[in-house]
Design a protein around this ligand. Sequence first.
Ligand code: SAM
Ligand code: SF4
Ligand code: F3S
Length: 464
Amino acid sequence: MNLDRNNLPKPEICMQEIKNWLSQRPEPPKAYLHAFGCQLNVADGENLSGILQAMGYVMTDDVKQASLILYHTCAVRENAEDRVFGTLGSIKKLKQENPALIICVTGCMTAQKQVADKIAKSYRYVDIVLGTSAVNRLAQMLYAHMHGLRYAQDIETVIDIPENLEPLRESKFKASVPIMYGCNNFCTYCIVPYVRGRERSRKPENIVSEVKKLIQDGYKEIMLLGQNVNSYGKDLDIKITFPELLRELNKISGEYWIRFMSSHPKDATPELMDCILECEHVAKHLHLPVQSGSNEILKRMNRNYTVEKYLSQVNYIREKNPDFSLTTDLIIGFPDESEQDFQATLALVKQVKYDNMYSFIYSKRTGTKAASMLDSISDSEKSRRMQELLAVQREISVENNKRFIGKILTVLCDGESKKRSGHMSGRSSENMLVEFAGNADMLGKFLKIKITDSRSNCVIGEII
Ligand code: SAM
Ligand code: SF4
Ligand code: F3S
């Protein structure tokens, strides 16, 4: 058989053949899947689990029980890649004990040629390597493997958007819905545009029908995902913007919230802010990654906005709703970030008073523009800056959270409290973590909670 990439049967045919093959086993084989990285990757992971289940695998949480192991990887920072290499090292003995075990590595990390080559050379017990087209290509690669190809690799980005998938969702009440794939922004530090390709938006009718079905099935929170959701629609033949899509989704009847991430400040228009405030189902929270508070650094990052423009967006929404919740991403130690640049970041954080932030020490990514920029700042200095930033944010969070004391928040209960026994937890529309005395019957329900106390990372209340 010719196992050339272009001569493999169509995915549906491969699926059917794998299904027939697996059904001959005395009991269904088990598959283990772990998705590293962002929520888009986790959503891909749910789709990949759905595909494996449709083939006849039963998913397991125990890697030792699995006949197939799949790691869907992330490349955003070096430590994300180190974790995957460490994990791969730890399963080598499983393959030695069971040579029939199939090991697949897919996702953003393996979409980089040098990483795929390293795996082919140094991790010879890996059987299948796919990039970010794993959802499109897994069935064909497994088919090739099952027909005797010892090592199957395909790291090309496929631009076709997979539709009609049946993800195996982890939650019964919270669902992620990717609305677009890829990124056109080429921030100079970021690997994502290289591994995920250019922006591709899903057709609005497909998104609306998927969300409608989820709400009919009882889902209470829909998270719309994309690397830059407010660019949604720019690549489609029909004219539709992200706020227009939100307004369409907001028309669906039912009891549910819509969240979305991430938004790029260069496209965060007043139209988007008004839409969030006006649509009853859209949660009152915006994740608006600023990355730095220095105009010089923002320019070198190719972010295409200034601190002043960013602040005008923050002021626009906070004037209309002072309780509106804002969170952000920040990079510390971008090449040659001066003390003055860092102080500008601290000043911005103090001015905006974010409810939460995700801060990262800059990590050099091969192939990006920033990788060739000179960097004279030491690692210890970067760590010091990070500690200072975190301390400032902790104080702000403590103060910010107090604003909810005495208020009644609607909360979607989504789990048990990790710290307080007999307590459940959930998020409010503002994405505030709320803890309250309760039990597992409350999972997946909207509850009214009167806030009585606050901490640095949550507020505490009682059901009314
Ligand atoms: N598309 C989103 C945006 O622009 O806001 C962000 C997606 S990225 C996967 C998540 C965050 O990782 C970024 O906002 C940035 O703060 C961080 N990040 C990306 N590349 C990085 C790098 N090379 N080093 C450190 N942090 C990085
Ligand atoms: Fe990366 Fe920038 Fe695209 Fe976000 S917008 S994924 S940070 S290139
Ligand atoms: Fe990582 Fe890829 Fe997401 S690099 S953060 S998994 S898009």
